[in-house]
Design a protein around this ligand. Structure first.
Ligand SMILES: [Cu+2]
Length: 318
């Protein structure tokens, strides 16, 4: 029981709200749960009374007034009140973004997330993947769509779910309130690796966010050693650049995640594995074992030394 309850707080939990919308939805759920509980116990008590009380004491239950009050008036009043309250919550949830909102495009792909920060005043646009970093205290507008099949984006600690539909643009807005690391997940079955389509969400103080954004907008780092230089050569020789973009190099592929700053991300494979040279090497050598059906082939024929250099280069893209 304790274990089950502890699962309710955490990086991917609607019961642990860290944004305005999630807090509203959690409150709505609490009202519904508590209300349903009270009614359930009330009805159960009446039922027991009807079964076990002496006949003369339970006769009132059969009266017309009791039936009208309990069976008609009570449900109409309660359900109407809940409906009005629910509409009130709805009106305040996922409200349209204003001019001061931070706009981020998120595209669902089988089985990862393309994330594009739109240009803003002096800040340049850039593309990243599988990670959403947002400042706290400012309205965020996610402009979402899909590149292939229907996906759905859900960051339980922040807001409700929104479908990602090919050819259509939907929106999701919220204001993150607590700095921290959270997790989002695809919640519309989209293929065999649907369950492994997640992403990291990081809420930062505004100054830390600005620093992160400026760093992400820059071109990729040059290899610092001969070994990493060799890794970069292998990156091109193996055709990684046909699917992946590394800004500042001739790698301009668009089929897979942008790798310009992949080394700075918390995880790889759409929030499936911690990000380090070891997991990167494993991912490159055996993608189809780690995530069968992902749109990247395994590169199983690289020598150990080459794999180390290649993974080292990818990890150095910070
Ligand atoms: Cu999906």
């Amino acid at each position: 029981m304790v274990l089950e309850l502890s699962a309710c707080t955490g990086v991917q939990s609607a019961l642990n709200p860290a944004a305005d919308d999630a807090a509203r939805l959690a409150r709505l759920s609490a009202v519904l749960f508590v209300g349903a509980g009270v009614i359930f116990f009330g009805v159960s008590a009446l039922l027991l009374h009807a079964i076990y009380a002496r006949p003369e004491r339970r006769r009132w239950l059969g009266r017309r007034q009791a039936v009208v009050a309990g069976g008609l008036v009570f449900p109409i009043v309660t359900l109407t009140a809940l409906l009005v309250y629910g509409f009130g919550v709805l009106r305040l949830t996922n409200i349209p973004a204003d001019n001061g909102s931070l706009r981020i495009e998120v595209v669902g792909e089988q089985y990862w997330w393309r994330v594009r920060y739109l240009p803003e005043a002096a800040e340049a646009a850039f593309t990243t993947a599988n990670e959403l970093q947002v400042p706290i205290g400012r309205r965020i507008e996610l402009i979402v769509t899909s590149a292939d099949v229907i996906h759905a984006i859900w960051i339980p600690n922040f807001a409700g779910k929104v479908d990602m539909i090919p050819g259509r643009v939907t929106r999701l807005t919220f204001i993150a309130e607590k700095p921290g690391v959270y997790r989002g997940q695809c919640t519309e079955f989209c293929g065999d690796q649907h369950a492994r389509m997640a992403f990291d969400v990081v809420a930062l103080e505004p100054a830390a966010f600005d620093a992160w954004r400026r760093q992400q907008a820059e071109k990729a780092q040059e290899p610092a050693t001969d070994f990493l230089e060799r890794g970069r050569t292998l990156f091109f020789r193996n055709g990684c650049g046909n699917c992946h973009a590394v800004r500042g190099t001739e790698a301009k592929g668009q089929l897979g995640p942008d790798l310009t700053h992949v080394g700075s991300r918390r995880s790889i494979g759409a929030a499936q594995f911690p990000n380090n040279v070891g997991t990167l090497a494993g991912w490159i050598a055996d993608t189809q074992h780690l995530k069968r059906g992902a749109r990247m082939p395994s590169f199983g024929s690289l020598s150990g030394e080459d794999l180390r250099a290649l993974a080292g280069y990818v990890a150095s893209l910070r």
